[in-house]
Ligand binder design. Structure first.
Ligand SMILES: Cc1cc2nc3c(=O)[nH]c(=O)nc-3n(C[C@H](O)[C@H](O)[C@H](O)COP(=O)(O)OP(=O)(O)OC[C@H]3O[C@@H](n4cnc5c(N)ncnc54)[C@H](O)[C@@H]3O)c2cc1C
Length: 366
């Protein structure tokens, strides 16, 4: 439903509803912006009016020449992220909570019998609602929204270890240089178009778009001396290939296409690879609970953001079940190593706790 109580039955209705509202600051522009997320099958990248350049030139883009940890689209952790994760895990294990629910209320048992009133769920909204809480405890409309929440993703991870750094034709040298921390292979719009075409029909891109990071150029301690780690974020890769489930052969073929593609730009690359690990979207789901392989717990598209993430009935971190909150990427503003959903959720939880405390005091004073 929208703010006027009209059902938002399709993306088109959302656009038209927003578009119909006129303000001095131009609501129509916002509606047009939102329509960008509605990329239908067969839409061409090259025809996208939102791209600033339609140029087909260029070979390799190195977006963050000097320090990819501090700039760019992604958030990076300068030191060993595993140490930070281990600290958090130790704290979580210390309380060893278990999830309990009865008659529409949710709680968490920190120690057997000690029911706590508030639970903040840091997992995918579909896992929280459909697997952990259970559809029978949800309003039907919320359950339907969560089932329809789009959470597929065509990105995979190919992690490599290298005996030496790539020696790029465009900028030679195997000593760490400005070309090494982060490399993006997305040469032309036509290249991206072709890469996407493959995946539309259920095949991994023969020549994929690759966003590579070599973290050992910033933190050599995470690998043995003279060895490097290279993490390749690869698009586009189907969750379920058209010719059958992922197996060792198809994972190996994906790694080969990544290695061959990079070798076109750095001839020493193929021989420098000493180990490989392939995580397809399916593997990301199995290993990390990232449903559909979506690393952001659901597509980041305008109609799945703001008060629509993950559903208008579970926006702003609260849900219709008292005591249960959402605090992860399935809420606004979505994924990335930034912690904003958690920060926002904690504020809502604190505010609700204060209201409850004041309410209890008022009740006992009566
Ligand atoms: C390969 C990869 C590379 C990435 N690179 C970057 C990057 O460079 N920069 C960046 O900003 N973002 C990056 N991201 C995205 C970023 O990691 C996520 O957006 C971020 O971790 C989301 O944090 P979160 O706490 O919301 O969820 P998550 O980090 O997904 O945490 C959810 C936790 O819940 C656990 N879980 C799942 N199901 C259950 C269950 N049923 N019961 C109990 N526990 C469960 C999971 O194991 C996981 O520990 C990357 C993601 C991936 C997968």
């Amino acid at each position: 439903m929208n703010w006027r109580g009209r059902p938002l039955i399709s993306h088109q209705v959302v656009i038209e509803t927003i578009s119909a509202v006129t303000t001095r600051t131009g609501r129509r522009q916002l509606a047009e912006f939102l329509s960008v997320g509605n990329r239908g099958e067969g839409t061409r990248f090259a025809a996208d009016p939102w791209l600033e350049t339609q140029s087909d030139e260029g070979v390799i883009v190195v977006p963050d020449l000097f320090d990819p940890y501090d700039k760019g689209d992604w958030y990076r952790v300068r030191r060993n992220i595993l140490a930070a994760a281990a600290l958090l895990a130790a704290e979580a294990n210390r309380v060893a909570p278990s999830f309990v629910k009865d008659q529409g209320t949710i709680g968490i048992e920190v120690l057997p019998g000690s029911r706590q009133g508030q639970v903040a769920s840091g997992v995918h909204p579909a896992t929280t609602f459909l697997a952990l809480v259970g559809e029978q405890h949800l309003p039907a409309e919320l359950a339907e929204d969560i089932r329809n929440f789009r959470t597929r993703s065509p990105s995979a991870k190919v992690n490599l270890t290298l005996s030496e750094l790539p020696d790029f034709t465009a900028r030679p040298g195997t000593e760490p240089g400005p070309q090494h921390p982060e490399i993006m292979v997305s040469p032309t719009l036509t290249y991206l178009e072709r890469a996407w075409d493959d995946t539309k029909y259920g095949r991994p891109s023969a020549r994929p778009m690759i966003d590579c990071v070599i973290p050992t150029t910033k933190d050599p301690a995470i690998a043995p001396e003279d060895a490097h780690i290279m993490n390749c974020f690869v698009q586009y890769v189907p969750y379920q290939p058209a010719d059958g489930p992922w197996d060792d052969a198809s994972r190996d073929a994906l790694a080969n296409s990544v290695i061959d593609t990079i070798t076109q730009f750095a001839p020493n690359f193929r021989n420098a690879v000493t180990h490989r690990q392939v995580l397809t979207p399916y593997d990301l789901e199995q290993r990390f609970g990232l449903l559909g392989g979506n690393i952001f717990h659901g597509e980041i598209s305008p109609d799945q953001l703001f008060s629509l993430r993950p559903s208008p009935l579970a926006a702003a971190y609260r849900i219709p079940l008292a005591g249960l909150y959402l605090c992860a990427s399935g809420t606004h503003p979505g994924g990335g190593v930034m912690g904003i959903p958690g920060l926002n959720a904690s504020r809502v939880i604190i505010r609700d706790s204060r209201h409850r405390t004041l309410g209890n005091r008022a009740a006992s004073a009566r």
